[in-house]
Design a binder for this molecule. Structure first.
Ligand code: V0V
Length: 143
């Protein structure tokens, strides 16, 4: 059903400051950055940058608005891990199987995620306290 861990998402108040911190202290490199209005986030993907290495990424998520998912998370829990993202080959099939197994997905249909991917989320109550994202990368994605 799942291929691997695609990324771990961290809620951060300030994207630029967070990128700098994770680069300077942990050596992560910025791979990609974009604004996703629908999700209310400015996000950056960080990777080790090792050629040929297929590693899980870190996604930094900063809120565009206080009433966005990340804005609310920061207000309630402060900065930290907001989501765990599993990569799937076929999000429609994975969603069907998970619904069959009793999981509630947050969106009726997948939404647009980072770098043209398709994303959906399992409700944190159903995933035992974890906001679980499903991500089907765009077929022509460079990363
Ligand atoms: C809420 N809860 C969480 C949680 N957020 N538990 C674990 N991890 C989280 N991140 C718990 C919360 O403590 C409550 O438990 C319960 O779930 C219901 O929370 P709520 O306060 O009623 O609901 P909200 O308003 O905080 O909303 C939570 C959800 C919301 C998950 C529904 O954040 C959402 O729709 N998220 C999906 C979209 C998203 O996260 N977008 C930003 C990333 P108690 O207190 O009742 O026990 S965008 C992204 O990842 C992109 C673009 C990408 O990857 O490409």
């Amino acid at each position: 059903l799942f291929i691997c861990i695609d990324h771990v998402g961290l809620a951060v108040p300030d994207l630029d400051e967070a990128i700098k911190f994770h680069a300077e202290v942990f050596g992560w490199r910025e791979l990609h950055r974009e604004i996703n209005e629908e999700q209310g986030v400015a996000e950056a993907m960080l990777g080790t940058g090792e050629q040929g290495e297929e590693n899980a990424k870190i996604q930094l998520l900063a809120p565009l608005r206080d009433d966005s998912a990340i804005g609310k998370f920061l207000g309630k829990s402060g900065p930290g891990i907001q989501q765990l993202a599993y990569r799937v080959r076929d999000i429609d099939e994975a969603s069907r199987v998970l619904r069959e197994r009793g999981m509630r997905l947050l969106f009726p249909e997948p939404k647009r995620g980072t770098a043209g991917s398709r994303i959906n989320f399992v409700h944190p109550k159903d995933a035992r306290g974890v906001l679980l994202e499903l991500v089907e990368p765009a077929t022509d994605a460079a990363h």
